[in-house]
Ligand binder design. Structure first.
Ligand SMILES: *Cc1c(COP(=O)(O)O)cnc(C)c1O
Length: 323
């Protein structure tokens, strides 16, 4: 476990990293360690864990809409959502595409808010020549089997704050300080040696996996050109990891037709992220026009290092026939 943590720190270029049971407990421990209370400004366009972890830790999510081009939290809308009860911003680097970290940082400083990035998709992404994980107070990763780098199940908490790192280290291990002393409240958030061993096997291959995904993404780009499907914009100054290949259809009906046609050929793309998190039955309903428009008609096409060229050709042919 220590070996994996050391290798991940070196690979990613981050100061403190804790290998935990999954990406969801990583978010929960981050919220707990930062002692967040009241309202947390967050995105409706993410995986459910981004919102559920806020509610699970006794805070209230305030949803702010996303940007039309990057699909990440819109910083221009954040400021007007801040109230005296707001304690933090929890934003997702959607599909590994960085949030506007500078604008978010400026707002957070002005209003004394903490910032957590759900970086579950952002393994290895660089922004302006450094790890994207170095922005915000804390970033979290998921190492679930579906992610670019994985340990079967797993996740990580990243920070460059020494004091916060100390707190996260004992909080994720029952509060232990050695076998007979406790520093404070903790939970069993740690991962196992077995999962760490899986990570040590995958890590040396991760650059090749990303390169293969890049080639497949380029192939999709060529074949899909001219079909009128919109792709999210990758922000400037970004070294992208090619974790996902999302396409936005003109409407939900066309997308559903394509999904059914693909499913009939045993091809299973993923609706990701759907539905918008502001529609969950345990949050206050809030409008987010862009998220509500994109979520029902965005689809992640199959993308894996071992996806063959002929499969890519077949997938695009099926899409074309059904548009
Ligand atoms: C996968 C994912 C999570 C949850 O991670 P787990 O390791 O499955 O708990 C959280 N947020 C986002 C954006 C994810 O994609």
């Amino acid at each position: 476990m220590l070996e994996l943590e050391e290798k991940l720190k070196a690979h990613l270029g981050v100061k403190h990293l804790f290998f935990v049971a999954n990406g969801t407990i990583a978010l929960q421990i981050a919220i707990k360690a930062l002692e967040l209370k009241g309202e947390v400004i967050t995105t409706p366009f993410s995986y459910v864990a981004t919102t559920s972890s806020i509610v699970w830790e006794g805070c209230k999510p305030t949803f702010v809409d996303i940007q039309q081009d990057t699909l990440c939290l819109d910083p221009q809308l954040v400021e007007q959502a801040i109230t005296p009860r707001t304690s933090a911003i929890l934003a997702t680097h959607v599909y590994g595409n960085p949030c506007d970290v500078e604008a978010i940082e400026a707002i957070a400083q002005k209003h004394q808010l903490k910032v957590i990035y759900d970086a579950a998709h952002a393994f290895g992404v660089q922004y302006k020549g450094q790890s994207l994980l170095n922005f915000g107070d804390v970033s979290t990763l998921s190492f679930h089997a579906t992610k670019l780098f994985h340990t079967g199940e797993g996740g990580a908490i990243i920070t460059d704050d020494d004091e916060l790192a100390h707190k996260i280290s004992y909080m994720s291990n029952f509060g232990h300080d050695g076998p007979e002393r406790f520093l404070g409240l903790g939970i069993n958030g740690k991962n196992s040696e077995l999962h760490a061993a899986m990570g040590l096997c995958v890590l040396p291959k991760v650059s090749d996996l990303a390169r293969r995904r890049q080639e497949i993404s380029k192939h999709y780009d060529q074949l899909l050109d001219g079909l009128g499907l919109v792709r999210p914009l990758i922000a400037k100054d970004v070294l992208y990891n090619y974790a996902y290949y999302p396409v936005i259809f003109p409407n939900e009906e066309k997308m559903l037709t394509v999904i059914h046609a693909l499913n009939a050929q045993q091809i299973f793309p993923r609706r990701y992220f759907y539905p918008p998190l502001s529609e969950l039955n345990y949050v206050e309903k809030q409008e987010g026009k862009v998220a509500q428009s994109i979520s029902p008609r965005i689809l992640c096409l199959p993308l894996a290092h071992d996806l063959s060229s002929s499969s890519v050709v077949q997938i695009v042919a099926i899409i074309k026939e059904n548009l």
